[in-house]
Design a protein around this ligand. Structure first.
Ligand code: PGA
Length: 254
């Protein structure tokens, strides 16, 4: 049985003080009951230490970084290494988000190096994949996903795969308000799992959690999460308000 994972990707939003405001209000709700899902928050780098301070005594909410360098140290202006993140109370790292791929030129090779680096430091990667609308409409969905998975996971052993969460995020659904239907999402997730099965075998593929991302909201979370191969959600816009992120968690857990 795979435990669902609901993660907030705050992108370029919330400095340390709004992170603190969010967490104080969110924790007061979340701590009232248990949901049986992993809850993860990914603030910006500058807000991670404030979040780490507030969450270090918590068990209900885990922390993620939105990115990490594939390098350990040196002349890489603006980058953050796994060893720096190691000093924080942090469990996950989002890697290969479509915005990193499209806006910052991250290739499958860079993403693969980042996943390896994250695993060296024992972080759990949230490895993002997904097709553009053009790719979907021209019948390339499966080719694109297969390539992203195969290249992104190149030389990653099974023991690291099972600590990795795959986030399937169709690019056309991110921040657009257009969600994939639950059938479209389930179909893509089943395909992702079949590629993992080809690469690692049935047992390992069944252990991997595959999140859906792209305009997840309180109103559609339950239906998406009820699909057999959808094991969670990566939430952007709707995770910025404590009440709406909380509602997504509550609806997913039902
Ligand atoms: P969205 O973003 O929920 O705002 O569509 C999701 C993501 O990019 O992870």
């Amino acid at each position: 049985m795979r435990k669902p994972i609901i993660a907030a990707n705050w992108k370029l939003n919330k400095g340390p003080s709004s992170t603190e405001d969010f967490l104080r209000s969110f924790l007061s709700e979340v701590n009232k009951q248990s949901f049986g899902v992993d809850i993860v928050i990914a603030p910006s780098f500058v807000s991670l230490s404030k979040a780490s301070e507030l969450l270090s005594s918590e068990t209900k909410v885990q922390l993620a970084a939105q990115n990490v360098s594939e390098h350990d140290s040196g002349a890489y202006t603006g980058e953050v290494s796994v060893m720096m993140l190691k000093e924080l109370f942090l469990s996950y790292v989002i890697i290969g988000h479509s915005e990193r791929r499209a806006l910052y030129g991250e290739t499958d090779q860079v993403i693969n190096a980042k996943i390896k680096k994250a695993r060296e430091a024992n972080f759990r990667p949230i490895f993002c994949i997904g097709e553009t609308l053009e790719e979907r409409e021209s019948g390339k969905l499966e080719d694109v996903l297969r390539t992203q998975i195969t290249q992104g996971l190149l030389d990653i052993p099974e023991k690291d795969l099972t600590e990795t969460v795959v986030a399937y995020e169709p690019v056309w659904a991110i921040g657009t308000g257009v969600t994939a239907t639950s059938e479209q999402a389930q179909e893509a997730h089943a395909f992702v799992r079949s590629v993992l099965k080809d690469l690692y075998g049935e047992a390992a593929s069944q252990k991997v959690r595959i999140q859906y991302g792209g305009s997840v909201k309180p109103a559609n979370a339950k239906e998406l999460l009820s699909q057999p191969d959808i094991d969670g959600a990566l939430v952007g816009g709707a995770s910025l308000e404590p009440s709406s992120f909380f509602e997504i968690i509550r609806n997913s857990a039902e």
